[in-house]
Write a protein that binds this ligand. Structure first.
Ligand SMILES: [Fe+2]
Ligand SMILES: [Fe+2]
Length: 286
């Protein structure tokens, strides 16, 4: 199946359309009113994308995808190999003005580097969206990107477009509709099944190698209901709460580091070669 086939019949023109939506939604200094207006007037593609996501993201779906992908049976790849693979995810937009996936990753990590963030964080910035290669494995957009949320318990009203959960089959499973659902109070976010997407996948790939702060940034970077709205605290431990500041620190770069200058890959490559070698083995299981 070619990439073009994978991407046809998908509501978003490309995955960046979702990132752009977030950037607009969480623009700094935005009033509550502007915030709501943004939702109502969101592009139809984004609304349709969230409809598909909210209607299909069931407990059964998530458990199935975790079994399929968290066993890391898609082969061995280096970080550059994974980045090159992700770069084959091309879209219809103008190649002269749009940045490639690798350029987006470098903008995030280079902004962190300019601010003298710790080296492990710069690494995290570079790898955080490598899980978007799920699209290249044939996963639909709604199963790769989008704000994430716990499944198996009541959906928070702070999840964007909550009305689209009306047609999610889990609505009819009483246990899943309670505050705690299948979880114990304060069970810890690491024990929660999150809606499936690129975040959870890249965190699994990196789990053996990186520190908790980094893994929280990877696993929960799209968990906006938690890190922007404070939802789901009843599932959190003190560890989760102490990790939140790192996720928020990360989010600033994820949302606001986009620019139009193309990073010079050839110039930057030696720095990143050293960075990868410091924390990671030469190849990783994906
Ligand atoms: Fe992401
Ligand atoms: Fe990102």
């Amino acid at each position: 199946m070619s990439v073009a086939t994978v991407l046809s019949d998908q509501p978003l023109q490309d995955l960046d359309e979702w990132d752009d939506f977030l950037e607009g939604r969480y623009k700094e200094g935005k009033s509550e009113e502007e915030f709501r207006v943004y939702d109502a007037t969101a592009t139809p593609g984004v609304a349709e994308f969230y409809r598909q996501n909210h209607e299909n993201m069931t407990v059964d779906y998530v458990l199935g995808k975790e079994t399929e992908y968290f066993s890391l049976a898609k082969g061995q790849k280096t970080i550059w190999g994974a980045a090159d693979f992700l770069n084959t995810l091309v879209d219809d937009s103008d190649p002269d003005t749009d940045l490639t996936q690798i350029e987006h990753l470098l903008q995030t990590s280079e902004a962190m580097r300019r601010d003298e963030c710790p080296r492990w964080m710069i690494l995290t910035g570079f790898i955080h969206d490598l899980g978007k290669c799920l699209c290249l494995y044939g996963e639909p957009q709604w199963g790769v990107v989008g704000d994430t949320f716990p499944v198996g318990c009541a959906w928070s009203k702070d999840i964007v477009f909550p009305e689209y959960f009306a047609k999610n089959p889990d609505r009819h499973i009483a246990k899943y509709q309670t505050k705690y659902g299948i979880y114990e109070p304060n069970c810890g976010l690491e024990n929660v099944h999150m809606s499936f997407g690129h975040d959870g996948y890249i965190a699994e790939v990196m789990k053996p190698y990186l520190r908790d702060e980094s893994l929280y940034m990877l696993r929960f970077h799209s968990f906006y209901p938690w890190h922007k709205h404070g939802a789901y605290d009843h599932l959190c431990t003190d560890k989760d709460r102490s990790m939140l500041e790192w996720v928020l620190k990360f989010n600033q770069y994820d949302l606001y580091s986009k620019g139009h200058t193309k990073p010079n890959l050839a110039e930057l490559k030696p720095y990143y070669d050293d960075l990868f070698a410091e924390f990671l083995p030469p190849t990783l299981a994906w």
